[in-house]
Design a protein around this ligand. Structure first.
Ligand SMILES: Nc1nc2c(ncn2[C@@H]2O[C@H](COP(=O)(O)OP(=O)(O)OP(=O)(O)O)[C@@H](O)[C@H]2O)c(=O)[nH]1
Ligand SMILES: [Mg+2]
Length: 456
């Protein structure tokens, strides 16, 4: 095991959010965790077996701080694989602070964000992808995101990947062994077997990488931009979708000047709807900035809802706007608004357009619109056990692994020398190792764990 724990000191942090609550939990982890807490507790914890809870009084000298329940976890059967103590106290910020301060005064150190999970990783209890999944579980905003993160946290990447990686390592060392023989023409690593192995790994990586499109949507949600001309009813639609008065609506064109966004869940997916300034040429400097912002957001959207005021627009005009939309190369839906103001025969002229007809102010046909939105995101239901790549860092590493493996294949076809071959194999292994953390740098670990909350 290359990664040894970097710190052996005993750390402490509240594991529950700040503020008043029924209960709060404080955790300590490290060699001194049990004896330190025991010194201030009414019972001797040094004799308490692992996974056992005890009710008692926490005292600073003669002063009672709180009545608490303390659970002892002995290494290696704890979250961090170190001795770990959980103190359940009353959920008062004052009590929590007093307890934390008491132990800091006597030698514990305040934990950094994610430090408990970092220790779990460094002590080999979980791999890096699983550690990252812990943060994803905590931050999951939809049921599907939670399920994907739980799967990753519990089982990590498939064992199959680890097995293929082991075999690749073997080849790397065989090829490198050949190099030691210098001039002599030896071949320990059978080239056709190496080729077979690489041809096995690439489809596997393709399979994992192909889940990222769905994984990214599941984890980060879908940025959906509501665009169109001023007064089309964009802000009214945003409010109708959110079921609240989020954006100002008025009959003055150019009401919305900045983007306004909010999230809702549709069909288990998180959508971020972004209301924008209406698209029109303008001499007003501020409105012009807003229009420019709209265009930027449209370029980065996963989906555009293009709203049309059917009482104003003409088919040739909409046809022209549709051409501009097509040029963006981003999925869009044409939404004809204000049907409440139209006679049935006036709808006739729009027959040629693939349009969803709604009335945003009357909330008519919004279900049809929601269905059309969901049709763009055919996400398979995530079942327990499914592996889905939701992490952009993993996705990047998978692509780089694949590129390096492709170079191995090309090199084999061209019969390149062993040292060049070894280099490409090493690179593939490096990128593969980045995912699970067999290859890490302090810098990478810092950036991953700093996103955690303190106490996790
Ligand atoms: N009759 C009718 N009026 C609507 C409908 N939707 C919006 N309106 C009205 O159209 C006007 C403009 O609505 P907004 O939602 O502010 O339009 P917008 O597209 O956000 O406009 P800007 O922010 O100026 O770009 C308001 O007076 C709304 O009440 C609708 O479905 N039917
Ligand atoms: Mg508006």
């Amino acid at each position: 095991m290359a990664n040894l724990p970097d710190h052996t000191d005993t750390i402490i942090a509240p594991a529950t959010p700040p503020g008043t609550s029924a209960l709060a939990v404080i955790r300590l982890s490290g060699d001194r965790a049990i004896s330190l807490v025991s010194d201030f507790f009414s019972h001797d914890l040094t004799r308490t077996p692992s996974h056992r809870a005890r009710l008692g009084i926490l005292k600073d000298g003669e002063r009672i701080i709180d009545e608490v329940v303390i659970t002892v976890f002995r290494k290696p059967k704890s979250y961090t694989r170190e001795d770990l103590v959980e103190i359940s106290c009353h959920g008062s910020p004052v009590v929590v602070r007093e307890i934390v301060n008491l132990f800091i005064r006597h030698g514990a150190r305040m934990a950094r964000p994610g430090e408990f999970t970092r220790r779990a990783f460094l002590n080999g209890r979980i791999d890096l992808a699983q550690a990252e999944a812990v943060a994803d579980v905590i931050h999951a905003e939809t049921e599907m995101a939670r399920q994907a993160a739980i799967n990753q946290m519990r089982s990590g990447y498939p064992a199959e990947l680890a097995r293929l990686r082991e075999q690749l390592i073997e080849f790397a060392s065989l090829v490198e062994l050949e190099l030691d023989f210098g001039e002599e023409d030896v071949e320990f690593a059978k080239r056709d077997e190496l080729k077979k192995l690489v041809e096995q790994i690439i489809p596997f990586i393709n399979m994992l990488a192909s889940t990222f499109a769905a994984g990214n949507v599941i984890k980060n949600g879908v940025p959906t931009v509501i665009a169109g001309k001023p007064n089309a009813g964009k802000s009214t639609l945003l409010n109708a979708l959110l079921n609240e008065d989020r954006a100002i609506v008025s009959d003055i064109p150019g009401t919305t000047r900045d983007t306004i966004e909010d999230e809702i869940t549709l069909g288990g997916l998180l959508f971020r709807f972004i209301d924008t300034a209406g698209l029109r040429p303008t001499t007003d400097a501020i409105e012009a900035q807003g229009v420019e912002r709209t265009r930027q957001y449209m370029k980065r959207a996963s989906l555009i809802l293009y709203l049309i005021d059917l009482t104003q627009a003409t088919p040739p005009e909409v046809h022209e706007q549709e051409q501009e939309l097509k040029a963006l190369n981003i999925p869009y839906i044409l939404v004809g608004n204000k049907t409440d103001k139209l006679r049935p025969d006036e709808l006739e002229k729009w027959k040629g357009f693939p349009m969803v007809f709604i009335s945003a102010s009357q909330k008519t046909n919004l279900d049809e619109l929601k269905n059309r939105i969901l049709e763009h995101f055919q996400i398979p239901e995530v079942r327990s056990g499914d592996v889905i790549v939701t992490n952009a860092r993993h996705y990047q590493s998978l692509l780089e692994t694949r590129a390096a493996l492709q170079r191995v294949l090309n090199g084999l076809a061209k019969n390149i020398s062993g040292d060049l071959l070894a280099q490409d194999i090493r690179q593939a292994l490096h990128h593969l190792g980045e995912i699970t953390g067999t290859i890490t740098t302090e810098h990478l670990l810092d950036s991953i764990f700093s996103r955690f909350c303190i106490g996790k």
